[in-house]
Design a protein around this ligand. Structure first.
Ligand code: GTP
Length: 254
């Protein structure tokens, strides 16, 4: 493949339109991560550069242990979903999933076994959802999933299916040891027609997760849409958006 005239690769640098860029570190990072997309391409070609950029984007948005989306990328997905729900009025569900008593796994079987459990739960979650859903690892032993276009009647069933799938997993952490763990799940639907924020949506789901933990763990608690309250903060957001279009007709103190 012939390098584009604009792009030349020399040693550890690439020259584009007269500017010389260092790429050695970026290339090393991709190689170490096991992505070998670059090696099949002509160094310095436009396709090679595109693969380098794509690879770096992928690395910065993934959790290295599980390969799932990381917290930063997940919050960006949530913002996108909030926009969609506000425009379309479709329902979307957010689930927070936290492994129960995970400290005991580390304490009893070691950190390596704990890591293996985290990886296995990540795979299980991914298997439980549709391709259009996003699953993320958002903290040590905490995961999240956002399910677009998820009707209320379906939401609780999905959440419980996830919980049961985790409970039935037998995770091989060494040649002779298989572990099973449980998880608590908290869920909340995005308020429809209201442009909320990722933080508020996460807080709602987190309250449900807290309830599930407090009620004894290995259970699912959902904030169902008929019971969901629009918080004062969300109400203010709604009023400020509407008053921008109809300044004389709305009183935000109502
Ligand atoms: N192996 C491993 N452990 C981790 C990782 N990240 C966090 N942890 C551990 O996860 C444990 C979390 O413990 P806690 O927050 O007390 O929660 P818990 O024991 O799961 O208890 P509950 O959530 O209340 O059911 C701590 O022991 C952390 O060290 C990781 O990447 N790998």
């Amino acid at each position: 493949m012939t390098p584009s005239p604009e792009v030349r690769h020399r040693m550890n640098t690439v020259t584009i339109g007269g500017a010389t860029l260092r790429v050695d570190l970026a290339v090393q990072m991709l190689e170490r991560s096991g992505m070998d997309g670059l090696s099949r391409l002509e160094p310095g070609s436009a396709a090679w550069l595109q693969a380098l950029i794509d690879g770096l984007c992928m690395l910065s948005s993934r959790d290295p242990m599980t390969g799932l989306v990381n917290r930063r990328q997940f919050e960006a997905s949530l913002e996108g979903e909030i926009d969609r729900v506000a425009r379309s009025g479709e329902s979307a569900m957010l689930l927070l999933i936290d492994i129960d008593h995970f400290k005991r796994v580390n304490d009893s079987y070691g950190h390596g076994a704990g890591d293996e459990v985290i990886r296995a739960i990540g795979r299980t979650l991914q298997e439980c959802v549709r391709p259009m859903d996003t699953v993320a690892r958002i903290g040590g032993e905490e995961f999240a999933a956002v399910l677009p276009n998820c009707p209320a009647s379906f939401g609780e069933a999905v959440a419980d299916r996830i919980r049961l799938a985790i409970e039935s997993c037998r995770i091989e952490v060494s040649r002779h040891v298989r572990l099973s763990v449980t998880a608590s799940v908290g869920g909340a639907f995005a308020p429809r027609w209201v442009r909320s924020s990722a933080r508020l949506w996460m807080e709602r789901a987190d309250q449900q997760l807290y309830r599930a933990k407090a009620a004894g763990r290995n259970r699912t608690c959902m904030e169902l849409p008929p019971h969901s309250q629009v918080s004062n903060e969300e109400r203010d957001m709604l009023f400020s958006t509407m008053s921008a279009f109809m300044p004389d007709t709305l009183d935000s103190t109502r």
